[in-house]
Design a protein around this ligand. Structure first.
Ligand SMILES: N[C@@H](CCC(=O)N[C@@H](CS)C(=O)NCC(=O)O)C(=O)O
Length: 250
């Protein structure tokens, strides 16, 4: 089996589109399978064999020995793609360089900070069965604080990227989250450098192709349409609450 032999298991979410954006930036072939998270397909037995955590994204590939490797956690998948398929350092920097470690800073900042905090801001603002002010304020404010850290860092960037002189998996990892700021109740206009970075990354052909996998990326328009946003939030609330019930039985 020749490499790459990639299948991406994904959905139209910030964590899902970061992987298709990276694959498009690399320009390598891949297949993708849409996982209907609203139907809890991510919790089915066949999927748990790929990602025991029951979340998208996940990715399979074939190693040199012909064995399949299962990858999960978006940060781990991005590092795998950079290690295995980026000899020209299109989305990474050579191991051991200062930039290599700086990319890791922002990659972990996204995976351990922005993602979880903004995810909870979404949850308490949009999906909780009742409005709990403390939860809403805690997570929206923490997301805003993290955006402030990014905004300050980007105000000092000469290239416009988070690290060095070209795009990296750090930028790719954050873009979908920042593009969805309004969904979490965060006004991106409060953060002019971050907003400029969002627009800058949006113009890349890799972003434009990757963000529409596995279905059109409509988040920016959705945020502006209150009725459509409320409808989606209500639909999402139903499956998220159902999924939480199923998870708590395990
Ligand atoms: N830390 C994980 C988070 C993955 C995650 O939470 N994925 C969400 C979509 S963005 C998901 O699969 N949700 C479905 C569910 O909660 O059952 C990563 O970075 O891959």
């Amino acid at each position: 089996m020749s490499r790459p032999n990639i299948t991406l298991y994904t959905a139209q979410t910030p964590n899902g589109i970061k992987i298709s954006m990276a694959l498009e930036e690399l320009g390598i072939p891949y297949k993708f399978e849409k996982i209907d998270i609203a139907k809890n397909v991510q919790k089915e037995e066949w999927f748990l064999k790929i990602n025991p955590n029951g979340r998208i994204p996940a990715l399979t590939d074939t190693f040199e020995d012909g064995q399949t490797i299962n990858l999960f956690e978006s940060g781990s998948i991005l590092q795998y793609l950079a290690d295995q398929y980026d000899p020209e350092h299109k989305i990474s920097y050579p191991k051991g360089t200062r930039e290599y470690y700086e990319v890791n800073n922002w990659l972990f900042f996204q995976n351990a900070g922005v993602g979880p905090m903004q995810g909870q801001a979404n949850h308490f603002s949009r999906y909780a069965p009742e409005r709990i002010e403390y939860g809403v304020n805690r997570y929206v404010n923490e997301t805003r604080r993290l955006y402030g850290v990014l905004d300050k860092h980007l105000s000092q960037s000469k290239s416009g990227y988070l690290v060095g002189d070209h795009i990296s998996i750090a930028d790719i990892s954050l873009w979908g989250w920042v593009a969805a700021a309004g969904w979490a109740g965060v006004e991106i206009e409060e953060f002019p450098h971050l907003k400029a970075w969002e627009d800058f990354i949006a113009k890349r052909p890799g972003t434009e192709k990757g963000r529409h996998v596995p279905s059109p990326h409509t988040m920016k328009d959705l945020i502006k349409d209150k009725a459509a946003a409320d409808k989606l939030a209500a639909e999402s609330r139903a499956w998220i609450q159902q999924g939480m019930k199923e998870d708590s039985k395990k």
